[in-house]
Ligand binder design. Sequence first.
Ligand SMILES: C[S@@+](CC[C@H](N)C(=O)[O-])C[C@H]1O[C@@H](n2cnc3c(N)ncnc32)[C@H](O)[C@@H]1O
Length: 287
Amino acid sequence: MHVTLHGPTLNIPHYIPNSLVNFWQLHAQLSSIQLSTNSSSAPPSSQAPCTLTQPIMDLFGDGSFVGDDLVAPAPIMEAKITSADFGLLEKPILIHEDLAKGCGGMIWPAGEVLTKWVLKKYMGTTELRGKRIVELGAGGGITSLAVAVGCDLEGADLYMTDMKAMYELMKDNVKLNKLEDKIKVELLDWANPVPDAIAEKPVDIILAADCVYFEPAFPLLEKTLVDMVGENTVVFFCFKRRRRADLHFVKAIRKRLHIVEVDINNDPDYEAFKRENLFLYIMTKKA
Ligand SMILES: C[S@@+](CC[C@H](N)C(=O)[O-])C[C@H]1O[C@@H](n2cnc3c(N)ncnc32)[C@H](O)[C@@H]1O
């Protein structure tokens, strides 16, 4: 099988099970990558269509089909370096975006909104001094990078985390911004226990943007959050609602954590994101 990703062809060896190929396709679609598949052994033609040609999929082979209404197609994106200052940072951050690494390889609107909101809250304050801060599903690490550049992190520990596929991109972006002394990159896959380096002491702040998009991962993310939220932990969680099923996550997490919604949709600062269906939640431990 070949998968065409806006030009280059990825040859998927025959020994890779279909379920993994399907998983990759799902990620590609969630990333709004447009792709085509071809199950013959010949490479796809040069005019291979840039649309998903197979229906989305019985992911686990149990008949539980994932719908095809996950995200609207987005423009094709080449790997690039983007700079961002959010209208707040004196020195912009640089982000290497590369969707070949996975859907976290680009900056998502929820990431921009969360980052701007956190900068507005903490820039010019000493509130983050000495805090333990963890970004979940960081992708390229937009929020951690901006916090490290814009906020006073004296004595703080800031962890940028994601799963293995994003590890190198996170490392690259920390290096690109010369922030090795301020950000620790850790593997934190929600399917696994929270790594010791993070779990050994209570976490003060958890940052998470656009981590709700893949239904089978909802319980994993829920468990990770519940495991990490202690008496004094605050979670800033920016959520993009793409489909009705995403609300299952919100419903489930509401039962486990206390949630307050921040009204970003009437804030002129987030005007540009009004049509993105974004919600910002502050989560804490239930009393
Ligand atoms: C849509 S991207 C958001 C990236 C970034 N937070 C942003 O807003 O630009 C979702 C991120 O969640 C991460 N993710 C998905 N499943 C995960 C898992 N099981 N463990 C850890 N991270 C995961 C992906 O790798 C990806 O980086």
